[in-house]
Design a protein. Structure first.
Length: 320
């Protein structure tokens, strides 16, 4: 249990989250305070990051947890009580949140009932649902990487929100399941040691450990060149473009999962009247759909080995 507890503190006790709602009383060698078990979790999205906030949802509000005094709301509005923090201070009137099976909007701040360390809001039923955010991770290096002992490797991660690339990159947490084989720092830089074995490196959103991806690091003595390529767009799905829409495609070359610098030559196979190709640089191009109902093939040729051609079939389609 926490030692520095104040009104608004969140306490882990008996397998649950509790919110300290009462004033702190000093009694000689110990302190007492009233607290209420969190009965809901509020999901707040700020700057492409989700935060899970323990909260109390009630149809009435307790002013004094010891005397059990309640004020009943006239309009039967719900009350939302959360700890006062930099995150919860972002909650605004008209924000919509999913509570259980239903959605409610913030109708007002309960200014008439204040408590230091707490934020209290009134909520009303909403026909409009809270905007859904589904975060996914992609490790661009692949799912398995062969790497020599005593070598470093930078993991490259993309984060998507509803299949749209998130930028800037949210905070990530990296862990190794065996640091004797390979360690990883807070930036995703992997260091292997003098041990021929394998381990898993896991990356997850710092704000939501349920969103994660793993890569297997296979440490070997001598690595033969193993070139792989990715040709991807900044938005998914990247194998279709809606008419008048432009998508950016980036080509990356890897050697055993390690990104290497390499330039490419872009070209398109297909009716030239149905697309527009703009070369940005040796690793990036833009494709615009001028017509629908057509299929084109975007190609990227490795300038160091013209026999290596990376292709992506793209369907040009209508909006509906």
């Amino acid at each position: 249990m926490e030692t520095n507890i104040s009104t608004g503190s969140i306490v882990d006790y008996d397998g649950y989250k509790w919110l300290v709602t009462g004033s702190i009383d000093d009694i000689q060698a110990y302190k007492t305070a009233g607290m209420v078990k969190s009965n809901n979790t509020l999901t707040i999205y700020i700057n492409n990051t989700s935060y899970q906030i323990p909260c109390i949802i009630s149809k009435s509000l307790s002013l004094n947890t010891e005397d059990n005094q309640y004020i009943e709301t006239v309009d039967n509005s719900l009350y939302l009580t959360v700890s006062n923090s930099l995150i919860t201070q972002q909650i605004s009137v008209n924000d919509i949140y999913e509570i259980g099976l239903y959605n409610y909007y913030i109708s007002s701040v309960a200014d008439d009932i204040s408590q230091k360390g707490l934020l209290i809001f009134k909520m009303k039923y909403s026909e409009v649902a809270q905007e859904e955010h589904v975060f996914t991770l992609e490790i661009l290096n692949g799912t398995t990487i062969d790497i020599q002992e005593s070598t470093i490797l930078q993991l490259n991660i993309n984060v998507y929100d509803n299949q749209i690339l998130v930028s800037p990159l949210p905070s990530l947490t990296f862990t190794s399941n065996n640091e004797l084989i390979a360690n990883v720092d807070e930036n995703g830089l992997v260091t292997t040691y003098d041990m021929i074995d394998n381990c898993d490196i896991t990356v997850n959103l710092s704000s939501d450990s349920g969103v994660f991806k793993s890569v297997n690091i296979n440490v070997i003595e001598d690595v033969q060149n193993n070139y792989t390529y990715t040709l991807t767009s900044t938005s998914l799905p990247d194998n279709d473009i809606i008419i008048t829409q432009t998508k950016t495609y980036t080509i990356q070359k890897y050697n055993n999962g390690v990104p290497i610098v390499q330039s490419f030559t872009f070209s398109v196979i297909g009716d030239s009247s149905c697309y527009q190709l703009v070369i940005v640089n040796g690793n990036e191009c833009k494709v615009k759909a001028l017509k629908s109902g057509m299929i084109i093939i975007l190609q990227a040729i490795d300038d160091s080995d013209v026999s290596k051609v990376v292709s992506k079939e793209i369907k040009l389609k209508n909006l509906f």
